[in-house]
Each structure stands twice: as structure tokens, then as C-alpha cells.
Design a protein. Structure first.
Length: 289
């Protein structure tokens, strides 16, 4: 039943997410690094009242301090007194053992949303209590420009209303999906969490190959950057599958076909990418313990 409810929320979410003005709050954000700041910026841009947000960050940036002047609460002395609707954990995983347990009182009655890589739902229950409503999520770095991809899983204590709140907060930075099996987050981490690095590597390799083919370095870098960015935007906007888009560019016997014969050949990209994703998935499992 919860799966069906979450799927219904996810399907409706794409239509409902333009505004966060009606979120009751309070929302506590723990950690305002790159990903935490991306979430905060997304919430504010979608209309979440800064008076409903509290941020716990021992080293606040000047921008965050300025936002505090606009009503956002910075480092409240007693987070539990706020009676938050949600606590979003965006601290580094290696600091979690120290940063998370002190939030146990504040977590009572709230949904705790973690974007800490490798920190499981089991860790959250152990640190905050077995009754904690918890969501574990894996975003990626394009969240910083509102084009992220986030996948999340909720534990059995999380109500449909809390799932909806979690989705609305996480989808403020881009696309969103639920899964029911936490083990899938290792593969999610390998594909979308680490995936931007693979795309950036493609741009690097494309530029280097252009230089090797005789292009001036500056021109090769621009061609690679704009081609990868443009192809990504086309993929984003097009209703067609990647295979169809690739085939549309490939004339039989042409220049693209000659290159793809190498890239898809015996030592080609499909097999190499499968090995890379498998390695990243294994490492994610190791880090999660």
C-alpha cells in the first residue's frame, strides 16, 4: 500500500512542485556545504518561507549569514524546541557519528531525510531511535543548477504525508524517483550519483582527441564542452530514447559510423561502462558496510 501511495505522490509531484509556499515547517537543514546549499537555494526559489527554515552549520558562509538576516534561523540553540516537520542531514558521512545522535530529540515526530553517501537507514535508526521516520536519498551535483537527479527510499516508519514532504523538499533541485529496496541505492550511486564525473571525463577525452587530431587546444576544449552540453540538453528535451538519438546522427558509412565502430567495438564503451558501474556499486556497498 505504501508503495502505491508513494508512486501516486511521485506521479503527482511533477505537477505540484512549482511551489513550497504551503509547506508548514519548520525544516531543519544540518550542513550547508555544496549539496545542502543547493537544497536551501531550491527551497527558497520555490517559495519556502525563510522563517520556516533553520540551518545548523558551524562554519556559515557570508551568504548564509546574510540569509539569516532575512529571517532564516542560523544555529538555533535548541533544535528540538522548533518541533520540526523535517530534518535534512547534509553533513559529510565521516562526521555523521558525531553530528547525528545529538538530533535524536529534535527527530521525534519529524521525518529525517539523509543525503549522506553510504549512511544507511539502519544507521539513522541506530543514531536517532528505532521509531524514527527516515528517508535515505542520493542526489547528484547538477542539483546545484536545478538539474539534479535524486533517488530515495523510506523506512517503514515514514507515513505517506512524510513521504510527500520528503519528495517535495528533495525535488526542489531536479528530477526525483522513489525505490522500495535500499540495496538499489548502491547502483543508483554508481549511475547518477557518480555519473556526472563520467560525463565530464567524456568532455575531457573528446577535447584531448581533438587536439591529437590537430585542433588548437582552446578550440578543441570549446567544441567538446558545447557538444556535450548541447547533446545533454537535446536528450533532456527530446521524447526519444538515447539509442534513437544516436541513430539519428549516424549515417551509414559516414564519419559518425566510423567513430562508433571503434566506440562500440570489442573493447567498446558498453562493456567498459558496465565494468565501471559494477566497480562503483561494489565500492558503495563497501562504504555502507
Amino acid at each position: 500500500m505504501l508503495k502505491d501511495q508513494k508512486n501516486s505522490i511521485a506521479n503527482a509531484g511533477a505537477k505540484q512542485l512549482p511551489s513550497l509556499r504551503d509547506v508548514a515547517g519548520p525544516i531543519i537543514l544540518v550542513g550547508a556545504g555544496k549539496m545542502g546549499t543547493a537544497l536551501l537555494d531550491g527551497w527558497l526559489s520555490l517559495g519556502l518561507n525563510p522563517h520556516k527554515i533553520a540551518v545548523i552549520e558551524p562554519q556559515p558562509s557570508p551568504e548564509l549569514a546574510a540569509q539569516a538576516l532575512g529571517g532564516l534561523r542560523l544555529n538555533p540553540p535548541d533544535p528540538a524546541a522548533l518541533r520540526p516537520a523535517a530534518i535534512v542531514l547534509a553533513v559529510k558521512p565521516q562526521t555523521a557519528a558525531d553530528a547525528v545522535p545529538p538530533l535524536a530529540s529534535a527527530a521525534s515526530g519529524a521525518v529525517v531525510i539523509s543525503i549522506m553517501a553510504g549512511r544507511t537507514l539502519g544507521f539513522l535508526s541506530q543514531a536517532l531511535g528505532d521509531a524514527t521516520a527516515a528517508v535515505r536519498a542520493m542526489p547528484n551535483t547538477p542539483a546545484s543548477i536545478g538539474r539534479g537527479m535524486t533517488v530515495a527510499v523510506a523506512n517503514a516508519n515514514t507515513s505517506p504525508a512524510q513521504c510527500e514532504l520528503a519528495q517535495r523538499l528533495l525535488a526542489a533541485t531536479g528530477a526525483f524517483e522513489w525505490v522500495d529496496n535500499e540495496a538499489l541505492l548502491d547502483a543508483v550511486t554508481a549511475v547518477s550519483g557518480s555519473g556526472p564525473a563520467y560525463v565530464f571525463l567524456l568532455a575531457e577525452c573528446l577535447a584531448q582527441a581533438g587536439i591529437a587530431a590537430g585542433l588548437p587546444p582552446k578550440l578543441a576544449a570549446k567544441l567538446a564542452r558545447e557538444t556535450v552540453a548541447g547533446a545533454g540538453e537535446l536528450l533532456h528535451r527530446s521524447p526519444h530514447e538515447p539509442t534513437t538519438l544516436r541513430q539519428n546522427v549516424t549515417s551509414p558509412g559516414g564519419t559518425t559510423a566510423a567513430a562508433l565502430d571503434i566506440l562500440i567495438g570489442a573493447a567498446g564503451m558498453h562493456g567498459l561502462m558496465e565494468k565501471a558501474i559494477a566497480a562503483a556499486t561494489r565500492r558503495s556497498r563497501e562504504l555502507a558496510g
